[in-house]
Design a protein around this ligand. Structure first.
Ligand code: BES
Ligand code: ZN
Ligand code: ZN
Length: 498
């Protein structure tokens, strides 16, 4: 989507008119430039109460003189939130059809700057589809060109809205990238394919350094978690390290992503229904890459690190077995009781490597880690665990601001105890019982957060379980289908304050 912001009264293409609930006329100042017959139609419909402008509603009108309009319901002004505004903006994009054409003019009048910004952000975020693998018929005359959105508002609000629209476009480029990676089929997006794309990204930007730890290196470095999960696949595992502005001084935020490009469960094979969805099991790594893209696009100047732990979890004669004991990069041993609890194994190496080599101010990992998290929170929120109250609060606030809820979950000592009482190793990768599975998974990860140098206090760390939010939320109005790009915006906001 191209977005231009101005005070011009000209209406290019379809007029989009956002309206508060129960408006009985057009807002003052918004009539300028509207063709007479269209204006009469809009006024008649509003005066008669035929469009109530409830949130989530839209109506298309066509004037006799050729003008077209889309009325968009914002709901009650008193109930408006940034998220309701994003959803109203998304409704515009979702409702655009052939008759509206690809050029629209959104006329804001008397609206708060933040609300207008969120509306435009919603239009942009909903303007995504994954069509890479669809062939186009010769007789298909559908117009797949870009949408041109002209946005107009009062002169004194133009500059702020212009800035906010540009920021939304920059951050959305990271969201789109995360969605592209998440949606990619697992035969094409395997660990080294992700690494190749990261290397290209590094070449494209002077302020980005990308380093790969390949399978052989991981083996010789003793990354038994990453190697154990990935060795059953012909497509070997790797770790990808992104450094944005590597020459700026640390300590710096570090984002770590689970990147299982396909999770069959391994020898602890998953049941067939919905197994195809396990292509999304790399969404933690997709979000990590997306955050890097968003930071570069928005011109962030500080050092930020991303680490993704890439592997394909397959059953084979060379796969790890339930009962195996592996030695992780931290030196701690893990009894692998279920090969389907693989995300925590690859992350154990990624977290320890990040903590000991990359000078973090804090570490945040993202992982489609447990079905139990979906049981607990449905598709409405990611689970959020942290060893640091301040970090937890900041992530929660950033998530709320962006409409990407991260909901605090507990790290009770009992969960850690449960995960460290293996009879033959330091840690077990499966809880003793089936209850609280997302909490025991988080407690497992906590064992792999190093202490701050020379102290017995751990590096501030938070874990986001995105199993329910990475795809499949029918209530997420900013996404048509497939991967959501969850938390690219949360983390960009947390890191930059923008
Ligand atoms: N990738 C899955 C978790 C998952 C399941 C995400 C469904 C989204 C939807 C993960 O690797 C897994 O299989 N976890 C197991 C852990 C169990 C064996 C302790 C699970 O959740 O069942
Ligand atoms: Zn699994
Ligand atoms: Zn998994």
């Amino acid at each position: 989507m191209q977005v231009s912001v101005n005070t011009n009264d000209n209406i290019n293409g379809t007029l989009v008119l956002p309206l508060w609930q129960d408006s009985d006329s057009m807002a003052e100042g918004s009539e300028a430039g509207v063709p007479r017959s269209l204006k009469n139609q809009i006024e008649t419909i509003l005066a008669a109460g035929d469009f109530k402008a409830k949130s989530g509603t839209a109506m298309t009108l066509a004037g006799t003189d050729g003008g077209k309009a889309m009325l968009i319901g914002l709901g009650k002004a008193d109930d408006a939130t940034l998220q309701s505004m994003r959803e109203a903006g998304a409704k515009v994009t979702a409702s655009l059809s052939k008759i509206h054409g690809k050029t629209i003019t959104v006329k804001f009048s008397g609206m708060e700057g933040d609300h207008m910004g969120a509306f435009v952000e919603g239009m942009i975020l909903r303007d995504y589809s994954y069509d890479k693998y669809k062939s186009k018929d010769d007789d298909d005359d559908s117009d797949d060109s870009e949408i041109h959105a002209h946005v107009t508002c009062e002169a004194d609000k133009i500059e702020d809205l212009h800035k906010s629209a540009n920021l939304s476009l920059a951050v959305a480029s990271g969201v789109y990238l995360a969605r592209d990676l998440g949606n990619a089929p697992p035969n094409d997006l395997y660990p080294m394919a992700f690494a190749e794309q990261a290397i290209e990204f590094g070449k494209e930007h002077d302020n980005v350094k990308v380093t790969i730890i390949n399978y052989e290196q991981a083996l010789s470095m003793g990354m038994g978690g990453l190697v154990g999960v990935g060795m059953g696949s012909a497509r070997k595992p790797c770790m990808v390290i992104f450094e944005i502005n590597p020459d700026m001084p640390g300590p710096s935020p570090c984002i770590v992503g689970k990147g299982i490009t396909f999770d069959t469960g391994g020898i602890s094979l998953k049941p067939p229904p919905s197994m195809d969805e396990m292509k999304y099991d790399m969404h933690g790594s997709a979000t990590t890459f997306g955050v890097m893209q968003a930071l570069v696009a928005s011109g962030h100047k500080e050092r930020v690190i991303g680490v993704t732990c890439m592997a394909e979890n397959m059953p084979s004669s060379n796969a790890q077995r339930p009962g195996d004991v592996i030695k992780t990069y931290s030196g701690k041993t893990v009894e692998v009781l279920n090969t389907d609890a693989e995300g925590r194994l690859v992350l154990s190496d990624g977290l320890w490597y990040t903590g000991t080599h990359l000078n973090p101010s804090y570490i945040i990992d993202l992982a489609t880690l447990t079905g139990a998290c979906v049981v607990a929170l449905g598709h409405e929120a990611s689970g959020l665990w942290s060893n640091d109250d301040d970090l937890r609060n900041k992530i929660k606030e950033a998530g709320e601001h962006c409409g990407e809820i991260a909901w605090p979950m507990p790290l009770f000592k009992a969960f850690e105890k449960e995960m460290t009482d293996s009879k033959i190793a330091d840690v077990r990768n499966l809880g003793a019982g089936r209850w609280g599975g997302s909490n025991t998974a988080a407690a497992f990860l906590k064992q792999f957060i190093p202490n701050k140098d020379g102290t017995d206090e751990q590096i501030p760390w938070a874990h986001l379980d995105i199993a329910g939010t990475a795809w499949g939320a029918k209530t997420n109005k900013l996404v048509k289908t497939g991967a959501t790009g969850i938390h690219v915006r949360t983390l960009h906001h947390l890191i930059t304050g923008q």
